[in-house]
Design a protein around this ligand. Structure first.
Ligand code: HEM
Length: 207
């Protein structure tokens, strides 16, 4: 449960801040939304549905950096997969979510961070409404049981971070990827943080 629920969400937040730090326009948009919706207070459950762009930044980050990047299945019976691939009982099958999520055959501008590719007013993208192009929480009977909770906590954590802090990537770093249960940064991810002065006066007066 520690890896399933903790490391995954932590990695999502790491890569989302990384992608935002490289895209000042999306970062500015997300910060503007957080300031407008929250008006300087902590997020409530009701606020979550209005943090639409922020949620799409997280969805898009999970497309580019899915955790885990590869899913494993063991065949129980003989089968033939699309493409005429035969599988035999006991055979392991690896499904590269990373490759599906970055395939130019499946996505336009596949390697780019484009949060708006997922319509802001449509339902949260998932395996069913993207015809299995987007499977960050897997699909079928072994799908993540914590998907809704994970998105909720990622949105809350990122909203509070953006509300209070600005961040800039320290230049000239080599940010490698090491894959395991999640995709980690190989050498860490160094940012310059500064406090934002945008907390509203009403929140400051009623802490
Ligand atoms: C952004 C965060 C998360 C991501 C990306 C994620 C991803 C996944 C994926 C892809 C699977 C399916 C693995 C497979 O098909 O082989 C999975 C399974 C699972 N996840 Fe998550 N997860 C996240 C957060 C959470 C949280 C917060 C919890 C619990 C509170 C959780 C609990 C589980 C459990 C128990 C399973 C196993 C389900 C089963 O085998 O029946 N996950 N997760």
């Amino acid at each position: 449960m520690l890896v399933a629920g903790h490391e995954t969400t932590g990695s999502v937040l790491t890569w989302t801040t990384y992608l935002l730090s490289k895209d000042p326009s999306s970062l500015g948009k997300a910060q503007e939304e957080v300031d407008r919706v929250l008006q300087g207070r902590l997020p409530t459950y009701e606020d979550i549905k209005n943090l639409k762009f922020l949620a799409r930044c997280i969805n898009e980050s999970m497309r580019l950096y899915p955790h885990p990047p590869v899913l494993l299945r063991r065949a129980q019976v003989d089968d033939v997969l699309p493409g005429n691939y035969k599988v035999y009982p006991g055979q392991d099958i690896m499904i590269s979510v990373y490759n599906i999520h970055r395939s130019a055959e499946v996505w336009e501008r596949a390697d780019e961070f484009v949060p708006e590719r997922f319509d802001l007013d449509s339902p949260v993208p998932n395996e069913a409404n993207t015809d299995y192009r987007y499977i960050p929480f897997s699909g079928g009977p072994r799908k993540c049981v914590g998907d809704q909770f994970a998105l909720l906590e990622a949105i809350v954590a990122l909203a509070v971070l953006l509300q209070h802090m600005s961040f800039e990537l320290i230049p000239d770093q080599t940010i490698g990827m090491t894959t395991g249960a999640t995709i980690h940064t190989t050498n860490g991810l160094y940012m310059k943080l500064s406090q934002r002065q945008t907390v509203s006066t009403s929140a400051a007066a009623n802490p």
